[in-house]
Design a protein around this ligand. Sequence first.
Ligand code: ADP
Ligand code: ASP
Ligand code: MG
Length: 440
Amino acid sequence: MKIMKFGGTSVGKPERMHQVKDLITRDSQKKIVVLSALSGTTNALVGIGDALAEANKELAKERIDALHKHYLTFYKELLKTDGARTKAEKIIKEHFEFLNIILKISFNEAINRDILAQGELLSTKLFYTLLQELDVPAVFLPALDFMSIDENNEPELHKISEKIKVILSNYPDDRIFITQGYICKNHRNEVDNLKRGGSDYSASLIGAAISAEVVEIWTDIDGMHNNDPRVVDKTRPIAQLSFDEAAELAYFGAKILHPASIWPAQQYNIPVKLLNTMEPDAAGTTITAKEQGAGVKALAAKDGITAIKIKSSRMLLAYGFLRKVFEVFEKYKTSIDMITTSEVAVSLTIDDLSHIKEIVKELEVYGTVEVDNNQTIISIVGNMIAESKGSVAQIMNCLQDYPLRMVSYGGSRHNVSLLLDAKYKNDALRSLNNGLFEWN
Ligand code: ADP
Ligand code: ASP
Ligand code: MG
């Protein structure tokens, strides 16, 4: 069985949904099709939740109505027969009635997550209606019946696997299954989600849960590019990446993949392919366990980073100091991305500021603490960078004009990470693009 995940732009227009139908019916292989919300919908739902959180019901209502209008146009272009249109009207009515009811009750975080789930529920139901109209046999699998996360918001892969296998065993002869990306149930049995961009993660988790042959991530670009195409003009797709390289790029900001989406596939050794819905025959990127080629393959940048420096001439040399520092972060469930040490200070970075005040207060017990916000990590990823002669010199050469706050090298063979002020990010990415890759 294979997994085919289609992102927001791949289902965001009626003609694209028809294209998705063509792609999933090109071969007769059994497949689970994972869909995101139509592009723009999750952002709109976030906007509705934000308005309600500020108790601005008028604005929330305005936003609900604007989104509703979009869907009323969308389904008429998507579907042609009266029967299918009637079904779609019912689906849209049900979900927008739900949003309008929320306007009348008191708002909380659990309701907000219910709001966010509407996008994937709508896209999959509308797509399923299209398949019915076109007589394409398919089974609708509600993700909320099998996708779950625990009290630490970690996916419960074993439970997911058990549940989905039981469900699939009810349909031995069916070939196409449609389900939602992004949404899941949490340990309180409430509707929850795998965070923004989480449909990739859903696809990889489902792939791992059923030991799929391949997880295909269909999007609006022909694979992982060597640099961020939103920032740099000249970029090119990378044919092959190892799981480790892809995981580093995803974690350090390559938006094409959700940061956590590689580990489930890696754990079960399932190839992941990044493919372009608009150019289905382009090679895209294949991600497997194989480590190939040497030298720099790609760069990615992660914004919204905060650097924390703890300076203590008295404490640092004492053994156990780093453990005490790490324990503070562990206590507040805040993960550390980069770390560098000197004799008198340790610097590290985080991207989650939910507990920054408490963390700083507790660290001050061990020394003086400095906090720098608005930093960016640029991660340079490839195979055996650490062993390749001159590659670090080449990287530094490109960055002569930018003050580097931190440099992390040697932690893995695949990665060199740099921290600099966010204002230098775009220029630094461009300079590295020109200096590290050959362009003719
Ligand atoms: P989807 O809606 O299909 O999940 P996303 O918008 O989440 O698509 O991801 C695809 C986008 O990721 C591309 O359009 C591209 O602008 C952006 N992107 C950022 N970095 C990279 C990269 N290194 N390679 C390819 N795409 C990237
Ligand atoms: N619809 C969700 C989002 O926009 C999940 C996804 O697209 O992967 O974040
Ligand atoms: Mg995405």
